[in-house]
Design a protein around this ligand. Structure first.
Ligand code: UDX
Ligand code: ADP
Length: 478
C-alpha cells in the first residue's frame, strides 16, 4: 500500500463524517473497489448505529438505490464505526466529509462557513495518522481551506516516538445531488481532483477509474478545485432564482412559467436543466456556497461581484415570502386558527434531508400568523420536523393556536383542512384522489401547488380552488 510510497495501490480508505455526502460516496467506492477496505467514522453514535441497523430501511440517509448497495458491501469491505483512532491509523487515504454550516456568530457570521469541524478533523488526523497519508477534502469548503488543513498537518509531522509522518492534501469536491446521489456517483459528469502532488492525484484518480472513464477525471490546482465547487453551485442556484423571478412575472402577465422555461430551455445555448420554478432552492449547499462566494468577494474588495451573487439568495428568500403572502391573501387575509396542510417537508423529493427546506420557512411564517399546520412527508421523520420547528409547540391532543401536527397518512393530514400547500414534489402526491380529499376538506378549500405537479383541472372539478406557481390568468390582469 502507499504508506511506503512505492505503488498506487490503496488498501484502506477512511472517511470522517457519515452524512449525506460521506455515506453514499463511500458506499459506492466500496461497491466498485471490493479490494479496498472502506471505513466510515462518525462521532455521532446514533448515526453509526443506524448505518449498522439490520433493517436497511433504518439507515439514516434515504437515497434511491443506496440501501441495496449497503446490503451488498456492509461488513464485507464497508464498515461504519465510531473508532476514529484505528480508522485514521490504518488509512492510506482519508476523506474529510464533515459538516460545514454557515457561522452563526463571530467573524463572518451569516456568510462564512464554520470550519471548526474541519479543523478538528485535521488535528485528529495530525495526531493519529501513521506514515504517508493522502488527505482529501470532500466537504464543500471555502476556497483556501486546504491551506489551513496543510498547516495543521505539517505542524504534526512527527509523532511522540519521533516517527516521521507525511501528508498530501487534495481537494475532491462532491457534485452529487441528493435524491439522485447514487446515479450521480456512478455516472458523474466529471470528477474533479485538485492538488499539487502528482502521486497523490494519480492514486485517487486510480480509485475512480474503477468505474469512471479517465477522460471524465479532471485535475486542477487546489484553489481552482475548491472554487469550482462554489461556482458550480452558484451557477445552478442562479438558474433557479432566475426562473423563480420570472414565475412572478408570469403570474402577473398571464404567461405560464412552464411554457416559458420550456421555450427558453430548448435553446441549446441555455439548456433545460435547473429551469424548474418552485418555492425556492433548499439543501445544505446552494445558500451556503453562494454566501461563501459573497464573503470571498467582499474579502478581496470585489463588492460589485459580491452584490451580483448575493441577489440570488435575496430572490430565493423573496420567493418563499411571496408564496406565503399570497396564501394568506387568498385565505381572506387571515389564517389565524385555520387548518393548513403542508405536503412535503424535505427540500426536494427522494431525500429525507430538510436542511434549508422551503417548507420550513413557509411553515414558520404561517405559524407566526396563527395557522394550525398538519404536516406530511413520506420520508422525513416526525422528530426531524420537531427539530426544524423548534420554536413552535406541538399539540398532540388536538391543535391549539401556533401549533402543528405530524401525520403519517396523507389523507388524514388533509382532513378538515382549509388549504393545502404542496411544497415537495414527491411522486406519491401526483396520484392523490381529489374527489375524496375535497369531501373531507372545509370549504371554500384551497390547493396551492408550488411545484406545478398536481392536476389543476381535476382539483377544480372537485370543487376546490387551485393556485399554481407561475401560472397567470388573463382574468387577473383585468
Ligand atoms: C446541489 C448540486 O446540484 C450538487 O451538484 C452539489 O454537490 C450539492 O448541491 P442538492 O442541493 O442536493 O445538490 O440538490 P439539487 O438538485 O441541486 O437541488 C437544490 C434545490 O434547488 C432544491 O431545493 C430543488 O428543489 C431546487 N431546484 C432545483 C429547483 O427549484 N428547480 C430546479 O430546476 C432545480
Ligand atoms: P454532509 O451533507 O456534508 O454529508 P452531514 O451533516 O450530513 O453533512 O454529515 C456530516 C457528519 O460529520 C455528521 O454526521 C457529523 O456527526 C460528522 N462529524 C463532524 N465532525 C466530526 C469529527 N470530528 N469526527 C467524526 N465525525 C464528525
Amino acid at each position: 500500500m502507499n504508506k511506503n510510497l512505492n505503488s498506487f495501490e490503496v488498501l484502506n480508505i477512511c472517511c470522517i463524517g457519515a452524512g449525506y455526502v460521506g455515506g453514499p460516496t463511500m458506499a459506492v467506492i466500496a461497491d466498485k473497489c471490493r479490494n479496498i477496505k472502506v471505513t466510515v467514522v462518525d462521532k455521532n453514535s446514533k448515526r453509526i448505529n443506524l448505518w449498522n441497523d439490520i433493517n436497511l430501511d433504518n439507515i439514516p440517509v434515504f437515497e434511491p438505490g443506496l440501501k441495496e448497495i449497503v446490503a451488498r458491501v456492509r461488513n464485507k469491505n464497508l464498515f461504519f464505526t465510531q473508532n476514529l483512532k484505528d480508522s485514521i491509523k490504518n488509512a492510506d487515504i482519508i476523506f474529510i466529509s464533515v459538516n460545514t454550516p454557515i457561522k452563526q456568530s463571530g467573524l463572518g457570521a451569516g456568510f462564512a462557513s464554520d470550519l471548526k469541524w474541519v479543523e478538528k478533523c485535521a488535528r485528529q488526523i495530525g495526531e493519529l495518522a501513521l506514515g504517508h497519508t493522502i488527505v482529501v477534502e470532500k466537504s464543500t469548503l471555502p476556497v483556501r481551506t486546504a491551506r489551513v488543513i496543510k498547516q495543521i498537518l505539517n505542524s504534526a509531522s512527527t509523532d511522540n516516538n519521533s516517527n516521521k509522518r507525511t501528508f498530501s492534501i487534495l481537494s475532491n469536491p462532491e457534485f452529487l445531488a441528493e435524491g439522485t446521489a447514487i446515479n450521480d456517483l456512478l455516472y458523474p459528469d466529471r470528477v474533479l481532483i485538485g492538488g499539487e502532488d502528482d502521486y497523490a492525484i494519480q492514486t485517487l484518480s486510480k480509485i475512480y477509474q474503477n468505474w469512471v472513464p479517465q477522460k471524465k477525471i479532471l485535475t486542477t490546482n487546489l484553489w481552482s478545485s475548491e472554487l469550482s465547487k462554489l461556482v458550480s453551485n452558484a451557477f445552478l442556484a442562479q438558474r433557479v432564482s432566475s426562473i423563480n423571478s420570472i414565475s412572478a412575472l408570469c403570474e402577473a402577465t398571464g404567461a405560464n412559467v412552464k411554457e416559458v422555461s420550456n421555450a427558453v430551455g430548448l435553446d441549446s445555448r441555455i439548456g433545460r436543466e435547473f429551469l424548474n420554478s418552485g418555492p425556492g432552492f433548499g439543501g445544505s449547499c446552494f445558500k451556503k456556497d453562494i454566501l461563501n462566494l459573497v464573503y470571498l468577494c467582499r474579502f478581496f474588495n470585489l463588492n460589485e461581484v459580491a452584490d451580483f451573487w448575493y441577489q440570488i439568495v435575496l430572490i430565493n428568500d423573496w420567493q418563499q415570502k411571496r408564496i406565503y403572502e399570497l396564501i394568506v391573501k387568498k385565505l381572506f387575509g387571515n389564517v389565524d386558527g385555520k387548518i393548513i396542510t403542508i405536503l412535503g417537508f424535505s427540500f426536494k423529493s427522494n431525500t429525507n434531508d430538510t436542511r434549508e427546506s422551503p417548507a420550513i420557512k413557509i411553515a414558520n411564517y404561517l405559524l407566526i400568523e396563527g395557522a394550525q399546520l398538519k404536516i406530511h412527508d413520506p420520508k422525513v421523520s416526525h422528530q426531524q420536523i420537531a427539530m426544524d420547528l423548534k420554536d413552535f409547540q406541538e399539540d398532540k391532543n388536538g391543535m391549539s393556536l401556533n401549533s402543528w401536527q405530524f401525520s403519517k397518512d396523507v389523507y388524514e393530514a388533509l382532513k378538515n383542512s382549509d388549504a393545502v400547500i404542496l411544497t415537495t414534489e414527491w411522486e406519491e402526491y401526483k396520484g392523490l384522489d381529489w374527489r375524496s380529499i375535497s369531501k373531507s376538506m372545509r370549504k371554500p378549500g384551497w390547493v396551492f401547488d408550488t411545484r406545478k405537479i398536481l392536476n389543476g383541472i381535476e382539483i377544480k372539478n372537485n370543487g376546490l380552488n387551485y393556485w399554481c406557481l407561475g401560472e397567470g390568468s388573463d382574468l387577473e390582469m383585468i
